[in-house]
Design a protein around this ligand. Structure first.
Ligand SMILES: [Zn+2]
Length: 425
């Protein structure tokens, strides 16, 4: 046969017949079942999981990846990240990133954050705003999807929305003669709110993020309160425009003042919620909304902010275990979210978040589900990601040891596959 014809035929065969891979799992945690399974094989064709079988049923033509001495899990999902941010305990850290780093420079750093997330085992992230880097998250997502850089599957929210004067960089800390750049898109009034949502979606936002409250404080009876940023008319306009466009709304809301507003408007997720009360939990359940606790970040910033004279985060951190336990007991849906970027990507693995959940009352399996099947539900991607099952995307990780015995094992991921492609082995 003509040599070139042969090469062509092999090439066509490779294109038409996807390679079959079999991952032999010592222990398999599929993201949905309550119990791990032993000695199962995941059969992968192309970027999809074809089936889960016994070792004896592995197809002969399959390339074997032997993880029979490891625990295999679905690729993890972090529902709250900022790949374009590199730590912000206080304005000392935040402001220079916006003032001194160009958006191309921040995007280069962001590409490293994306790589870190993937190598940590997070094959999907919901990135909740660029902190002044405009639509650079859409570019990072595009670069990942086009295989220009390695990174997780991204759901992006672009610029986020807050009301005029209520977000960093704060006007009063700089000369009033200067127009300070803002970490968000500012709006005043329902029409501007609708315009911002429409603009962000037109540039590629998958989610809309709002900052629902600010100015957190504690009352004499020890409850946490804050100031809502939006008028009802504004927040309803944001939510209506978002939902009518088939998108979802994520609300940064720390106390009841922001949480109840956001839930009543139609938010699908409450971010942080450190100061929530039982009424908030009940409404979250009634509205079928999710809570992203971001425990790692509040622990990260509490001490530094207290030293600067702002003890509220430290106070919230102290009461958070009780709030978490109560929410768990009531049945609030808790989706894993870290706020990575709020802490330094290179210093703390996102999987640190699991330890807080387990310390505060979740079983290890519940914690794992929060970052797999429950997170996928929040993203409206059940059956596609966050589970190892027939037809799901081949997003798979492996670790040494048993995370059910020691959740910290998840901080050392040894194998990462995303979309059927191996990134770490
Ligand atoms: Zn955040």
């Amino acid at each position: 046969m003509n040599y070139f014809l042969l090469v062509l035929l092999i090439f066509i065969q490779q294109m038409v017949i996807p390679q079959t891979i079999a991952i032999k799992c010592g222990e398999l945690i599929d993201g949905k079942s309550d119990q791990p399974q032993l000695n199962k094989a995941i059969i992968i064709e192309g970027n999809l999981i074809k089936e889960i079988t016994d070792f004896s049923a592995i197809p002969r033509n399959a390339t074997i990846i032997d993880m029979s001495n490891k625990t295999v899990l679905p690729g993890l999902i972090d529902c709250h990240t900022h790949v374009l941010l590199q730590g912000d305990v206080t304005a000392e850290e935040y402001d220079p990133q916006i003032l001194k780093e160009s958006i191309p420079y921040r995007t280069l750093r962001g590409s490293v954050s994306c790589q870190i997330a993937l190598m940590n085992g997070f094959t999907t992230i919901r990135d909740l705003e660029t902190e002044g880097a405009m639509y650079a998250d859409v570019d990072l997502k595009k670069a990942i999807n086009n295989a220009v850089i390695p990174g997780p599957r991204m759901f992006v929210s672009t610029r986020a929305i807050n009301t005029t004067g209520h977000y960093s960089l704060s006007n009063y800390e700089y000369s009033w003669e200067l127009h300070m750049p803002k970490g968000i898109q500012e709006i005043t009034g329902a029409d501007e709110a609708r315009r911002a949502v429409r603009e962000q979606i037109s540039y590629g936002a998958d989610w809309i993020k709002i900052y629902a409250d600010r100015g957190y404080y504690r009352t004499p009876d020890s409850s946490f309160r804050s100031r809502p940023n939006f008028t009802i008319e504004e927040i309803e306009a944001v939510a209506d425009e978002t939902i009518r466009s088939g998108k979802f709304l994520a609300a940064h809301a720390v106390t009841r003042d922001g949480i109840l507003y956001s839930l009543n408007a139609g938010a699908r997720s409450i971010e942080h919620g450190f100061g929530m009360d039982e009424e908030c939990m009940d409404l979250m359940i009634k509205k079928n909304a999710y809570w992203c606790p971001t425990a790692t970040v509040i622990d990260y910033v509490a001490e530094g902010r207290a030293k600067e004279g702002n003890p509220i985060n430290a106070q919230m951190l102290r009461s958070l275990p009780g709030i978490f336990k109560k929410a768990l007991q009531k049945g609030v849906k808790i989706a894993f979210g870290t706020d990575a970027g709020g802490f330094d990507w290179s210093k703390i693995p996102q999987s640190r978040e699991f330890s807080y959940y387990v310390q505060w009352g979740m079983t290890a399996m519940q914690a794992i589900k929060s970052a797999t099947s429950v997170a996928a539900e929040l993203l409206n991607k059940s059956g596609q990601i966050g589970e190892i099952s027939k037809g799901a995307m081949a997003d798979i990780i492996a670790i040494d040891g048993d995370p059910i015995q020691d959740i910290k094992r998840l901080e050392k991921v040894v194998f990462v596959m995303k979309d059927g492609k191996i990134y770490k082995n």
